[in-house]
Structure formats: structure tokens, C-alpha cells
Design a binder for this molecule. Structure first.
Ligand SMILES: NC(=O)c1ccc[n+]([C@@H]2O[C@H](COP(=O)([O-])OP(=O)(O)OC[C@H]3O[C@@H](n4cnc5c(N)ncnc54)[C@H](OP(=O)(O)O)[C@@H]3O)[C@@H](O)[C@H]2O)c1
Length: 369
């Protein structure tokens, strides 16, 4: 059993249920000036106790108490996690509506912004959950930048047999979002002409492949350095948005998945067929108040008045769709595009790498072996 000998008391994720007081060597009935944790298993975890936009300022690694689990939950030994745009939003508490959505009004509710994970089940809260110690899984939790995490079993699935833990950690959030955008919201059909804006990123690199798996013709949009990577994902055509205006030509699309950049709705509607479907997945404006969500709200309102279908959605985190992704991966139709891996102590650098726009596909955090 690990003993936390010095430093701060354990933190959330991690919440201590009290600190053991130990007698001083003098034999007098004094207590140690520093809290000493005896007998409670601990772990290394990324922690933050305030919101902030600069990862190096707010994130650090600490020894903290391991989470405990209850019914419907599993304790997972994390092997790898991944970074995405949502990681930054949770860390920064921006745009502000994210705070109203239950992530903490003044300070982060969860002291660790990691969410996607792959790892091994250490223990389960109840024997009937379908998992047992040693099972290899991937999924979504609160606090995946740590050696252990408490995970709801309805947000877990078995790790694809043909992926490493690092590759599997790339899938949960970006893969689910791409799947639901293509299948449920854009309702892509074989033969559709589909434009994927943001094709080189975390969500986009999955979306390009899933659109192909549905038998559609896909045009990916990316910056110059990533054109070849998007082509290698299976895109039939690639537009370099730094050289060509993809909204300016004669081509019309049945579906546009708008994942990156912030093109005006009128520009996107111009290249959509009269009954085409626009799905706005995201796009960063840096705005603190709405962060681009105003465009999504306008799309929803406008959709009532025009023949084109304009919409947006928030991805649902569920095990059923993780199973669908695993089937696509094991069938060889989907392979995560992994940019590079960082270790736990480098999470701020990993987030910085994403913010700098260098990544092709997903950024991984390797935790254990
Ligand atoms: N709705 C949901 O439930 C949901 C779920 C997950 C994510 N999201 C949102 O989806 C968005 C993408 O997330 P992500 O994790 O995929 O981010 P990411 O990995 O950082 O990818 C961003 C993409 O945007 C592209 N891009 C940047 N500027 C552009 C421009 N001016 N024109 C065209 N493309 C541009 C980038 O292309 P280059 O690198 O080639 O420039 C890159 O492919 C974020 O806003 C995120 O918050 C929404």
C-alpha cells in the first residue's frame, strides 16, 4: 500500500475522507504538521483546482488517492488517454455555457480534464456488469489523465482486438462524435457527395473513414501540410483551404459535416444541394460567451424556414456506439489516425500541441505499461 508522506492532502478524484494523524517521535501527544495518509492506495494524476486557458499554468501531476467505485462502475487501470478540443474547454471553463452544463461554475468540478481512455479493469462495482478484472477496455470517464479512473460501465466497451491501447484511447470521444454525425444526423447514404470540413483533425479523421464505409463520395478540407494525410484516410478529393475557397466553386454536396473553421452559414448553404443536410459538429471562434454556438443556434432556427436541413448536436456517450466503432475497426474499415504520444507529465505540452494546430488526427497520453 502506498503512503502519501508529504505535500498536500489528496484531492478530488481522489477526495480524502480524512487525514490520519501520527504521533511525533518525541512521544508527546502531538500531531504531525503535515497531513500523512496511511494505508490508502494512491496514484499519479493530473490535477487542476482552477479554470485557466494556459495548460502550463493550471495543470500539474500529484500523488492523490485512488477513486473508489460503486454499483455500475469499474476501476480501470489506465494505459492511455487522449487529448481533444474538449480537454481544453474543460480545463479553461470556456465558453461559459460549459460551466452551466454541470462542469463547475467557478472552478472545475472534476480536477482532471482527461475523458477518453483505454486500459484494464482492476475491479468492478458489481459482478453482474459483464466485466471482470483483467478485461481490456476503452471508453469515457471523468479524469483519464491518471493511473486509475472510475468509469461507468455503460460508457465502456471491449478494446478492439487489432488496436494498441494508444490507438484505442484515440477512439471514444472523437469516434463517437464522427459516427453519430455521419449516421444519425447527416444520415449519409451510399452515393451521397459529402464534404468534411476539418478532415485532418480528431473528429474529422474518423468522419472521413466512416463516410467512406457508408459508400459515399468524400471531399476532405484541410490545410496544406495535412492534405496527404487526409488522402491516406481514403478521401476521394481533398481541398486545401489555405489555397482554394471550397465554398466558391460549382460543386454541390448532399451533406456537409462542418467540424473545423467557422464558415458563414450562407457560404455553406451555397454549396449544399437544395435538400442537402448541414451538420455543424464544432468550430472554434475563441469567443468566451458562446464560442461559435451562435452559428449553431442560427442554423437550427433557419432550418425551420428552408428546404435544406441545418443542424447540430451534442454527442451521446454510450457503450452501444463504442461497440459499433469496435466492429468497424475490427472489420478494417476504421483506423485511428494517431499524431503522437506524450507521457502523463507532458499533458500541458500535449494540449499545447493541439492548440498550435500541428496535430494530424489524435494526440495520445501514454500512462502505464
Ligand atoms: N458536437 C459534439 O458533440 C462535439 C464532440 C467533439 C468535438 N466537437 C467539436 O468539434 C470541433 C473539432 O474537434 P476536434 O477534436 O476534431 O479538433 P481538432 O483535432 O483540433 O481539429 C480541428 C480541425 O479544424 C480544422 N480547421 C482549423 N481551421 C480551419 C479553417 N479555417 N478552415 C477549415 N478547417 C479548419 C483543422 O484543420 P487543419 O489542422 O488542417 O488546419 C482540423 O482538421 C471542436 O470545435 C470541438 O469542440 C463537438
Amino acid at each position: 500500500m502506498a503512503v502519501l508522506k508529504e505535500g498536500r492532502a489528496p484531492r478530488e478524484g481522489v477526495r480524502s475522507r480524512g487525514v490520519e494523524r501520527v504521533p511525533q517521535q518525541s512521544g508527546q501527544d502531538k500531531v504531525a504538521s503535515r497531513p500523512v495518509l496511511v494505508g490508502r492506495p494512491t496514484m499519479k494524476s493530473v490535477v487542476q483546482d482552477r479554470y485557466g486557458a494556459v495548460p502550463e499554468d493550471v495543470l500539474r501531476v500529484e500523488e492523490v488517492e485512488r477513486p473508489t467505485i460503486g454499483s455500475g462502475e469499474a476501476l480501470v487501470r489506465i494505459r492511455a488517454a487522449s487529448v481533444d478540443r474538449g480537454t481544453w474547454h474543460l480545463m479553461a471553463g470556456l465558453p461559459y455555457p460549459i460551466r452551466l452544463a454541470g462542469f463547475g461554475l467557478r472552478a472545475p468540478k472534476h480536477s482532471n480534464p482527461g475523458r477518453a481512455l483505454a486500459g484494464t479493469i482492476e475491479a468492478v462495482g458489481d459482478e453482474t456488469c459483464g466485466y471482470t478484472s483483467g478485461d481490456e477496455v476503452f471508453g469515457i470517464c471523468d479524469g483519464s489523465f491518471a493511473e486509475y479512473a472510475r468509469v461507468r460501465t455503460d460508457k465502456l466497451a471491449r478494446r478492439p482486438s487489432n488496436l494498441s491501447f494508444e490507438q484505442a484511447a484515440a477512439v471514444p470521444i472523437s469516434g463517437l462524435t464522427a459516427l453519430q454525425a455521419v449516421r444519425d444526423h447527416a444520415r449519409v447514404r451510399a452515393g451521397d457527395k459529402v464534404l468534411v470540413v476539418g478532415a485532418s483533425g480528431g473528429v474529422g479523421s474518423f468522419a472521413v473513414q466512416i463516410v467512406k464505409a457508408y459508400g459515399a463520395d468524400v471531399t476532405g478540407v484541410s490545410s496544406t501540410a495535412k492534405v496527404e494525410a487526409v488522402r491516406a484516410l481514403g478521401a476521394d478529393h481533398v481541398v486545401d483551404y489555405t489555397r482554394d475557397d471550397f465554398t466558391g466553386g460549382a460543386q454541390r454536396y448532399d451533406v456537409i459535416l462542418d467540424i473545423g473553421g467557422n464558415r458563414r452559414l450562407t457560404d455553406l448553404r451555397r454549396i449544399l444541394t437544395p435538400r442537402g443536410r448541414l451538420v455543424i459538429v464544432g468550430g472554434e471562434t475563441g469567443g468566451r460567451l458562446l464560442g461559435g454556438a451562435d452559428r449553431q443556434l442560427r442554423a437550427l432556427l433557419l432550418s425551420r424556414l428552408v428546404r435544406q436541413k441545418l443542424g447540430t448536436f451534442v454527442a451521446s456517450e454510450n457503450a452501444t456506439d463504442l461497440d459499433v466503432l469496435r466492429d468497424l475497426i475490427e472489420a478494417g474499415k476504421l483506423t485511428p489516425l494517431v499524431d503522437r504520444a506524450f507521457v502523463l507529465g507532458e499533458v500541458p505540452a500535449a494540449i499545447r500541441h493541439l492548440l498550435n494546430g500541428h496535430a494530424r488526427g489524435k494526440i495520445i497520453v501514454t500512462v502505464g505499461t
